[in-house]
Ligand binder design. Sequence first.
Ligand code: DX5
Ligand code: ZN
Length: 213
Amino acid sequence: MIKVAPSILAADPINLERDVRSAVQAGCDWLHVDVMDAHFVPNLAYSPDVVRRLHQTFPVPLDVHLMMDHPETLMDSFLDAGAQWLTIHAEIDADVHMLLRHIREKGGHPGIAIRPGTPVESALAYQDEADLILTMTVEPGFGGQKLDERVLEKMKAIRRTGWQGEIEADGGIREDNLKLLTDSGLTVAVMGTALFGKGNLEDAMKRIHALHP
Ligand code: DX5
Ligand code: ZN
């Protein structure tokens, strides 16, 4: 069964607990937490304290997506706060191999993310050090954008290498385009605006899990 990771960026920030609870009660598999540094992307989002409180409150794996130029400054804080999955971007100017190995040594699952315009080879270079490859299906920074279908070829290319880890997509995923992604090798669907603030979350989660076993 594919895993659904609701992205809390689309939750109501002043009602975060209410919205996350409804996602957890609906049976979501993971929770996706975006971290933005207002530099790697032109937006600002969640801190390790938020991850800590989510971890203390909800029994769901936390999938933390670091959209940061300098993830090394906060990686340990996020892991100590309870992030099970910690993903960094391949485009940053850093020793990405070393950072991924560090996440694994600290007991986390390392992930490597690429923007829609970054060649898939940039992620494949880290296959040995990562447990997850995140192919962004929109330019990172904001929810509510349209999925870039050109990314499907990259997901297929990852699958063709025999990769056994998770293949995650993030951005513009809705119930009506999910099949395109699962046919291309997707194992984890990050969904923000398609889930929060739209009708009954529990019904949506049931439909998704039933259609994508
Ligand atoms: C975008 C974020 C996503 C975002 C997805 O930079 O990484 O997690 O919340 O939102 P939707 O599903 O609305 O495109
Ligand atoms: Zn994300």
